[in-house]
Design a protein around this ligand. Structure first.
Ligand code: DC
Length: 223
């Protein structure tokens, strides 16, 4: 079974996806981390972010994997070609580089295959931008999470401060969130948009626990 959670940056997808997966005993797949890993490697290898052919070749040839602590189905780390990039993919540099990388059709095609292979291997909560529309259009549960731009920027600043990585300047983070929303929603290939059969939840004024409970109820067929 697939629970698809889509929405813009900072809407609470990661927190919600992990908590839901834990409660209903599913694994969890963060597809944004996969795009971030490709962006990280492209920057490291000096690949130009407008070189579609080189980015595509990179995405087709890399090995992305997730590290688990024994007994916990929620991944704790991300590896690309064996290198632990868990924190390296969360910097402001990667926040910027990931937009052109994720707008590259060849990159999306390569990761799509990989995401489907992982998701079909078990019960997964999958979070991203195009999970309910493109990657798993037949997902049993589809949720589209949103929140106001300002609330999302506040959350991202708090998260970056807790992690000790990324910008903690509210105005900079707000501008970056708006920039990424525009790029993610206007790209030609698999843009960020709500699937017709997805349930929309605005998390601006909702307690995260309420959102988690509602999605768990949907997954259990109780709602
Ligand atoms: O969820 P995130 O902020 O970590 O995602 C990083 C970037 O990857 C984001 O700018 C949009 C892109 N992305 C995407 O295009 N499709 C997905 N399924 C997941 C993320």
């Amino acid at each position: 079974m697939i629970v698809a959670i889509d929405g813009p940056s900072g809407a609470g997808k990661s927190t919600v996806a992990k908590a839901v997966a834990k409660k209903i005993g599913f694994s969890c797949l963060d597809t944004g981390a996969m795009y971030r890993s490709i962006a990280y490697l492209a920057c490291k290898e000096g690949i130009s972010l407008d070189d579609e052919a080189a980015l595509t070749k990179l995405a087709q040839s890399v090995d992305i994997s997730f590290g688990h602590v024994e007994g916990d189905p929620i991944p704790r780390s991300v590896f690309i070609n064996g290198e632990d990039v868990t924190t390296a993919i969360r910097t402001a540099q990667i926040d910027k580089a990931v937009s052109p990388v994720s707008a590259t059709p060849g990159v999306r095609e390569a990761l799509l295959e990989c995401q489907r292979r992982i998701g079909h291997a078990g019960d997964y909560v999958v979070e991203g931008r195009d999970i309910g529309t493109v990657v798993f259009p037949d997902a049993e549960v589809k949720v589209f999470l949103t929140a106001s731009d300002e609330e999302r920027a506040h959350r991202r600043v708090r998260q970056n401060a807790d992690r000790g990585i990324g910008s903690i300047d509210y105005e900079e983070v707000l501008a970056d969130i708006r920039r990424r929303d525009t790029v993610d929603s206007s790209r030609a290939c698999a843009p960020l948009k709500q699937a017709e059969d997805a349930i929309h939840m605005d998390t601006t004024a909702l307690y995260i626990e309420e959102v988690i409970e509602q999605i768990c109820a949907l997954a259990r067929g109780e709602a």
